[in-house]
Design a protein around this ligand. Structure first.
Ligand SMILES: NC(=O)c1ccc[n+]([C@@H]2O[C@H](COP(=O)([O-])OP(=O)(O)OC[C@H]3O[C@@H](n4cnc5c(N)ncnc54)[C@H](O)[C@@H]3O)[C@@H](O)[C@H]2O)c1
Length: 327
């Protein structure tokens, strides 16, 4: 196998899509995932089946393997780096999600902060030439300045999850300062599309509306998110991997720059499914921000990042995928 890229969180939603895109362009990929019980491991194994199918279709069918291991287990990770000798790292594994982090701040800190520190340290020891790390738009908190730009102050996260992601950005900066290893931090804005995590609103709402079950709408419907289709995120991750050596340490927003309100999001889903939602109104949840909105000036200029999937088109693609699974 050619010198691989180590991809953490490979069995997850974004990770499995990134794995396929890397394989499709001829890379070898070593995945790592601990099949965290946050959601059904069967879904993650199904994601990996898709990745293996992509590998099989390439000229080098043995170009993908996925190891079941925990990124916080430094000894296991050390053994993995020694055995596979990756040239670079794309680190997406994390405990994801704002609301569950409020009930488990210690677990989130351990997986996300300790896990990232382990990956950075081992990438240094192994002599990797770059590392790309998943951050999140949640680091912007309830910033009054929008769209959100990478240059603005982000010292007021409002959930444990957001705080862990900001901590990773800071640890990543120290890592770059001390080692010189090109280090990219990617602020993803609410990602959706096939294989989306089942806890996230679009997947959940598509499923429940299709089944005629009620959905919970938090707040008055004006809360908005800069929903970004997964294929656009994947193009940004690969571009960041390719361009980070020219930048040293860099934070990039990967969003869509077209925020959609919760009310409009539900209306789009109703149109896609062809059914009206049964809406249960509930108060805003602690930790939820009022809006997200990516300024893409930097990622467009430096990565050529240009998301091309409209929200409506993305929801239609997501629904086409989900419908076949719901039967
Ligand atoms: N989906 C989004 O909208 C979004 C937005 C912003 C940031 N992100 C970030 O993008 C990354 C991928 O998110 P996703 O939506 O694909 O989530 P996901 O939960 O589908 O994928 C994350 C994967 O990491 C694995 N994992 C968790 N803890 C681990 C550990 N200790 N060791 C090894 N593997 C572990 C999980 O089993 C999972 O398969 C995460 O870092 C997340 O915080 C996602």
């Amino acid at each position: 196998m050619a010198q691989p890229i180590l991809l953490t969180g490979a069995a997850g939603f974004i990770g499995s899509h990134v794995a396929q895109a890397l394989l499709a362009r001829g890379e070898s990929v070593v995945g790592v995932d601990n099949f965290d019980p946050f959601y059904d491991a069967a879904l993650k194994h199904a994601n990996l089946d898709e990745v293996r199918a992509t590998a099989q279709a390439t000229a080098t069918p043995d170009s993908f393997e996925c190891v079941a291991a925990d990124i916080t287990d430094a000894a296991a990770m050390h053994t993995l780096f020694e055995r596979t000798r990756p040239k670079g790292v794309i680190h997406l594994a994390a405990k994801a999600g704002v609301r569950p982090s409020i009930a488990d701040p210690v677990g989130y800190a351990h997986a996300n902060i300790t896990g990232t520190a382990v990956m950075l340290d081992l990438a240094r020891r192994a002599g990797c030439d770059r590392i790309v790390v998943a951050s999140s738009s949640s680091v912007y908190g309830n910033s009054p300045t929008a769209p959100f730009s990478e240059t603005q102050d982000v010292n007021a996260p409002i959930s444990p999850y957001a705080a862990t992601k900001r901590a990773c950005e800071l640890i990543g900066h120290t890592h770059f300062h001390l080692t010189g290893m090109p280090t990219a931090m990617l602020r993803f804005f609410t990602v959706f599309g096939p294989r989306q995590r089942p806890d996230l609103a679009i997947n959940l709402f598509l499923t429940r509306i299709a089944k005629g079950e009620p959905i919970r709408m938090f707040g008055d419907g004006s809360m908005s998110r800069d929903f970004t289709f997964v294929a656009d995120i994947v193009s940004g991750v690969l571009a960041a991997y390719d361009h980070i050596p020219a930048h040293g340490y860099r934070i990039w927003n990967l969003g869509h720059n077209h925020p959609v309100s919760l009310a409009d999001m539900i209306a789009t889903i109703e149109t896609a499914v062809g059914k009206k939602a049964i809406i249960q109104r509930e108060p805003m949840q602690p930790g939820d921000v009022q809006r997200t909105w990516a300024d893409l000036t930097r990622s467009q200029a430096e990565l050529g990042y240009s998301p091309s999937t409209s929200f409506e088109e993305g929801v239609a693609k997501h629904w086409a995928w989900l419908k076949s699974r719901l039967g």
